[in-house]
Design a protein around this ligand. Sequence first.
Ligand SMILES: [Zn+2]
Length: 225
Amino acid sequence: MKILNLYKDHSIPFITEGNKHARDGWVNVHCPFCAGEQNYHLGYELDSNHFNCWRCGGHFQDQTIAKLLHITTDKAEQLIREYEGITRHPKKKIKVKINLHPFKYPSGELKLCPHHIKYLEGRGFDPYLLSKEWGVSGTGPTSKLDHIDYSHRILAPIEWNGRVVSFQTRSLKANDPIKYLACLMAREEIHHQRILYGNQSLWRKRGVCVEGITDVWRLGAQSFG
Ligand SMILES: [Zn+2]
């Protein structure tokens, strides 16, 4: 879809490559799906014509355009056609582009350094327990994966059936526009938003369903995020 024209015609602020929040080939806008700071988290990849938010993951075109312009999805589909895009068939699911490349952690040694420990302790966690029970570690000063900067972050592996399939990271920098940065979809074995986070072997029939990774650590192994 001719996204730049659509954004310009509807006065939606956007940024393109060259800005630190947009990767090459992506056009970014404020994500209408996730709360928190508005910092151009929602990207549209020009080659593959799909939306992906740094924080909340992939989104369908019609739902995204509808949300951005405060219109119905029917109107959004019409608009996408006007801007020469392909609308999805209502019953057809778009394949999530995961597992295109082998799973990998960001580069450099992953370990908890004094600044990671200080951050976790400041939030009321026991860093040694998190490291032992959840494999939580920290990224180094030059940590990268696929040219994306993962430096100075807390890293939490995401396991499924005893295997690490993805990871989530949290920046240590107070004003980092990209607070949470997960494994890129292309390298995930299972998309992190499709799985429940927690220790599966300890789940009972009834558990506590929580918001995210840090809530699971706080509440203990029987909760799932
Ligand atoms: Zn989002």
